[in-house]
Write a protein of this length. Structure first.
Length: 381
């Protein structure tokens, strides 16, 4: 039995937290015994606890700048390692690794961390210098960016340190036709849309500037001016992130330009929301490390549209199972959306292939099997 401790600094609903949930639901319990430490309360901690996981919570979120906090985390890590005879600790980010790597080293416990990205600063560089048995990434892009950050420090980093790429997966399944149609009708009615053939576009993300929701709204304004033969409407699911300033700016943009779009708050059910729409968009203005929402949309038959950079380049084959637009260019995004809105046959063809691609490559169970295989390889090395 291989005993793993997963350490999670956040407890939200992002890609890293979703992956940690999957380590519980898809764990090979005949070979692995998983334990979890969360730095703060929230949806992830609640999920783990309610599903019977062995999960621990710090009394308060730690700060790297406070030496007492670092000591408290170290003491908690050591207690859990001793109590359950932990053999490997998995940190969910570079930030977590900065707390965890040294206690593991002192106790001769193997340690790996997952670079969910985007690799961007001193924490990612420093974490690569710490005692690790491996770094995991979620795309070729993330791998290359992590290596680029490490380059100035390469002399100090073991060249044998493995870097394992694991494409993320999803458990999202397409809602039944009846459920999807009912929810679609609800969305249309709530927004006073009388044309049932209206093409529904969706974006699901934390509402912050780097996600480019304002860029999508600019593309919608361009489309509105073109007076297309088919109607369209954009559903924006997500909650304000770090204050309401960006949320309010989006709201004003929609009202002032009279755009066919609506801020709908957090998605009540990702599967149902995406099953009810035709197109799912990622409009990020900095390269995404992966693009979890894209594969969730693909899995239920929505056509993915994303920038031609970062992780989405690995997910989408342009013209085969989705479309790329020129990053940070609202006119390019408008052109790709116009193609899908006006050409129903192409939209259906891409949707069908998107679902096939997702089912083949992006099952959550496959991702966790690959993770556990990597953990076993590290433990046996």
């Amino acid at each position: 039995m291989q005993r793993i401790l997963y350490v999670c600094p956040m407890s939200g609903i992002g890609g890293a937290e979703t992956f940690i949930k999957q380590t519980l639901t898809h764990c090979n319990k005949s070979l692995f015994e998983n334990h979890y430490l969360c730095f703060r309360p929230g949806p992830l901690f609640d999920f783990l606890k309610s599903n019977g996981a062995s999960v621990f919570l710090l009394n308060s979120p730690p700060r790297l700048s406070h030496i007492n906090d670092r000591n408290k985390v170290s003491a908690e890590i050591q207690k859990i390692i001793n109590q359950f005879n932990i053999q490997l600790v998995h940190s969910t980010s570079a930030y977590t690794a900065l707390f965890v790597a040294w206690p593991c080293y002192r106790m001769s416990i193997k340690h790996v961390w997952f670079q969910h990205g985007p690799p961007s600063g001193w924490m990612d560089r420093l974490a690569a210098l710490l005692p690790n048995q491996g770094i995991i990434t979620n795309s070729h892009f993330t791998s290359a960016e992590q290596r680029r950050l490490e380059a100035p420090l390469r002399f100090f980093i073991s060249r044998k340190l493995p870097l394992e790429k694991i494409l993320l997966g999803t458990d999202v399944k397409k809602a039944s036709s009846a459920e999807a149609q009912q929810y679609r009708n609800t969305l249309l009615a709530q927004n006073s849309i009388t044309q049932p053939s209206t093409v529904l576009i969706a974006i699901l993300c934390r509402l912050q500037s780097l996600k480019g929701v304002d860029l999508l709204l600019e593309a919608l304004e361009i489309l509105k001016q073109k007076k297309l033969k088919n109607d369209f409407f954009c559903c924006i699911w997500g909650e304000a992130f770090k204050g309401d300033a960006y949320f309010n700016s989006l709201k004003n943009q929609i009202v002032e330009k009279a755009l066919p779009a609506q801020l709908l708050g957090p998605a009540p059910d990702v599967s149902l929301c995406l099953s009810a729409v035709d197109i799912v968009v990622s409009a990020s203005v900095q390269p995404e490390s992966f693009g979890l929402t894209l594969i969730e949309g693909m899995m239920v038959g929505a056509v993915p549209v994303a920038p031609n950079e970062g992780g989405p380049l690995e997910i989408i084959q342009h013209g085969y199972d989705g479309l790329h637009f020129i990053a940070r260019d609202p006119e390019s995004l408008a052109r790709e959306l116009e193609t899908l809105i006006e050409d129903e046959n192409l939209r259906l063809k891409l949707a069908t292939q998107a679902q096939k691609s997702a089912e083949l490559k992006y099952q959550a169970k496959r991702a966790i099997q690959q993770l556990e295989s990597f953990h076993s390889k590290v433990l046996s090395s």
